[in-house]
Design a protein. Structure first.
Length: 401
């Protein structure tokens, strides 16, 4: 029999971004989220890779139809020749203070048996525009995760393909060698984002480190709460139906008509901030005054302030799932909304001069509207760090594969 002919690829095929799924990373919630991402990102084809010997991950990730890759590790005797090969592969890669990485390796590799050559075999594609892979941690990651990261990092460097590292274990630590090997970092913790933005500023200028929004990063934790999976549909549908721009900082306001005057003062302060806000008014449909519904009361009393803010929506106070859309809750007293938000890592700013002030978990009690203003500004500053995963992947569609 003759050799099988390779199936020709379409000339207009989308560039591929490979997402490498590792053994300790994948959960059913994460798979559901990645299905959303694969469907919504249109500029690239997001395809998933799993190590051929990792049957458990292949089973969990089966709804993503992953392809398999092979990895062989060849351990060679420590020698100057092998060290020179590693030095050449690393090229001019430097730590943030200017020290070349290969000079640091000189102290380790020539004195031990750590010269390991990974042989990587992945599905061939016409145009690979990027690779996303978990960044290993010296505290927590298994050897196979470390070697897989090493193999894909070197593969990307050799073939001029951007490799983006995804945070899994916390990266707010002194060891920055693994993050330094990537072309960009996707952080899921603000502390890691801040730490890497500072320690790697000479390498990235802060341009290639991104912080995912909470509703996305939460789904990448193995111990993710079912709440975030249940909120996934509501978040994406609501962002579209309410026309909430990604640039806007979203504040959830559990409104009560019994405190109409106090909330009026609150709205006056928010309007004066000149921040790019979207306000989610959580209203009770049974809270009416005379012939006015709760919504009509808000629109009538706060008319001037809402003109200045110019982006707001109304939501059922009893539908707590929609709190997941918010960057923070702003309230005039502790409530079911602030308690629920705190449980799921969403900060609350509570303006109440009759209680003890201070931060308790995710609840920040302040006594004055001036303190509230500063707390909101802090939330706005954090929101400016955020970049949705869809935008990061779409950006890879513009790179040269």
């Amino acid at each position: 029999m003759g050799k099988k002919k390779k199936r020709p690829q379409k000339k207009n095929a989308k560039p591929v971004v490979y997402w490498v799924l590792m053994e300790d990373q994948v959960s059913n919630f994460m798979v559901d989220f990645l299905k959303y991402i694969k469907r919504t990102v249109t500029s690239v084809s997001v395809e998933f890779l799993v190590l051929s010997s990792d049957a458990k991950t292949r089973q969990i990730a089966s709804p993503l139809s992953p392809s398999v890759f092979d990895l062989r590790l060849i351990k060679e005797e420590p020698s100057l020749e092998n060290f020179m090969k590693k030095r050449d592969a690393l090229g001019d890669l430097r730590y943030t203070d200017g020290l070349e990485v290969w000079r640091a390796l000189l102290l380790d590799d020539l004195g031990g048996s750590t010269v390991v050559k990974p042989i990587l075999k992945i599905p061939e594609k016409r145009k690979i525009n990027g690779i996303i892979i978990q960044i290993p941690s010296p505290v927590g990651s298994t050897p196979i995760v470390e070697r897989t990261f090493q193999a894909f990092s070197m593969y990307g460097r050799k073939n001029h393909i951007p490799v983006l590292g995804l945070e899994f274990f916390p990266l707010n630590m002194p060891w920055t060698l693994a993050p330094m090997l990537t072309d960009g970092i996707i952080a899921i913790r603000e502390s890691s984002y801040d730490h890497l933005s500072e320690t790697m500023k000479n390498k990235t200028n802060g341009e290639d480190i991104w912080l995912l929004p909470r509703y996305q990063s939460s789904l990448l934790f193995v111990d993710c709460s079912p709440y975030w999976r249940n909120a996934l549909d509501a978040i994406y549908n609501s962002h579209n139906s309410y026309g909430i721009s990604p640039e806007k900082t979203v504040l959830y306001i559990p409104h009560n008509v019994a405190m109409i005057h106090e909330y009026h003062v609150l709205l006056k302060n928010l309007a004066r901030l000149e921040a790019d806000l979207h306000l989610m008014f959580a209203i009770g449909f049974d809270q009416a005054r005379g012939t006015y519904t709760h919504r009509e009361i808000v629109e009538e009393v706060y008319e001037e302030e809402l003109k200045n803010i110019n982006s707001y929506s109304f939501h059922d106070l009893n539908n707590v799932v929609e709190i997941a859309m918010a960057d923070a809750v702003v309230s005039l007293c502790a409530s079911g909304s602030t308690s629920f938000a705190s449980t799921y890592g969403i900060p609350s700013i509570i303006v109440d001069d009759r209680t003890t002030t201070g931060s308790f978990g995710m609840e920040n009690y302040v006594a004055t509207f001036g303190e509230m203003d500063e707390a909101v500004r802090k939330i706005v500053r954090k929101h400016k760090k955020i970049k949705p995963l869809e935008d990061i992947l779409s950006g890879l569609g513009n790179t040269i594969g």
